[in-house]
Design a protein around this ligand. Structure first.
Ligand code: AMP
Length: 296
């Protein structure tokens, strides 16, 4: 049996009323489709958190800038239905843009400084698009638990902030990055990579691992930690957009004294955005002296 696919807000509301009347606890995994094992891991986690799991598939036009890949973003609903079902989803919500943005719409959710640096710097308006569409999902599905991946670390922090600032009755749970055996973080955009570009892209997880090794060996200088990652990225001729070390909890710029003093439980996140060929890839890794070394 293939999963129910709801395409309109009206049909979703009817379906959700039935879900609630069964007393079900809802967990939701928002995606842009082209589902892979990373998305499936989120759905499995959602299955542990809720008795019914909704997967949304929506390539959200407002989060793509001019010249980005909105038109060519992979769309493959049939394969997605199978993958979502295999991972334990109960139904899919696959709206058309006009459902999510009613004619004449003019409301946006804009987050402050958290959305400005890192990916927000090179993709102006991106997080406003993300925050706007996910706020609509929050409003449609609440109360519910939402599962997001740590792969899009800044997005996760932005969405946590939206839910908190707008007092929305949703819980947010994050899931660690799912990688291929050779370390490359799974991404729907990996299909754009030629074999040579994919090989070079492995420089990204290797750069994270190099910084993790330096950290594990006692390096506490911000520039040198970042430099150890940059050296690997440059050796693969990747076009680096940013390599940054931030507080993992707040994404605030690093407190270098805290980095040196290593208080227990304090976490930092090393974030990378780089292009292999024309494909923009992001990845990150959490650091803390009482954590096992991540990456590879
Ligand atoms: P996307 O379809 O790329 O917008 O991603 C939908 C959700 O899946 C987001 O919460 C992403 O962070 C998450 N996600 C994508 N790739 C991965 C991955 N490799 N590991 C964990 N979560 C992921």
């Amino acid at each position: 049996m293939t999963l129910p696919v709801l395409t309109s807000v009206a049909s979703l509301r009817v379906h959700l009323a039935a879900v609630r009347s069964r007393g079900a606890k809802l967990a939701v995994v928002p995606t842009m489709g082209a589902l892979h094992a990373g998305h499936q891991a989120l759905v499995r986690r959602a299955r542990e958190l809720g008795s019914e799991v909704a997967v949304t598939i929506f390539v959200n036009p407002t989060q793509f800038g001019a010249g980005e890949d909105f038109e060519k973003y992979p769309r493959q609903l049939e394969a997605d239905q199978l993958r979502a079902e295999e991972a334990g989803a109960s139904f899919l919500f696959v709206p058309e843009a006009r459902e999510m943005y009613p004619a004449g719409d003019q409301t946006r959710v804009s987050v402050g400084s958290l959305a400005e640096g890192l990916c927000g710097a090179s993709r102006p308006g991106h997080f406003t698009g993300v925050a706007t569409v996910v706020t609509k999902f929050f409003a449609l599905f609440a109360p519910a638990t939402f599962v997001f991946g740590q792969k899009d670390y800044q997005q996760l922090k932005v969405l946590e902030r939206v839910a908190r600032d707008l007092l929305l009755p949703v819980d947010i749970v994050s899931h660690p990055i799912v990688r291929q055996a050779d370390g490359l973080a799974l991404s729907s955009r990996n299909v754009y990579l030629t074999p040579t570009e994919r090989q070079a892209a492995l420089g990204i997880p290797r750069a994270l691992a190099a910084a993790q090794r330096a950290y594990a060996a006692g390096e506490r200088d911000r520039e040198r930690l970042i430099g150890s990652a940059l050296a690997v990225l440059r050796s693969e001729n990747l076009e680096v957009e940013y390599v940054e070390l931030r507080s993992a909890a707040s994404l605030e710029p690093l407190d270098e004294a805290a980095l040196r003093e290593q208080p227990a439980g304090e976490r930092w996140v090393l974030l990378i955005a780089a292009r292999s060929g024309t494909t923009r890839l992001i990845d990150n890794s959490i650091m803390g002296h009482d954590l096992e070394v991540g990456g590879r």
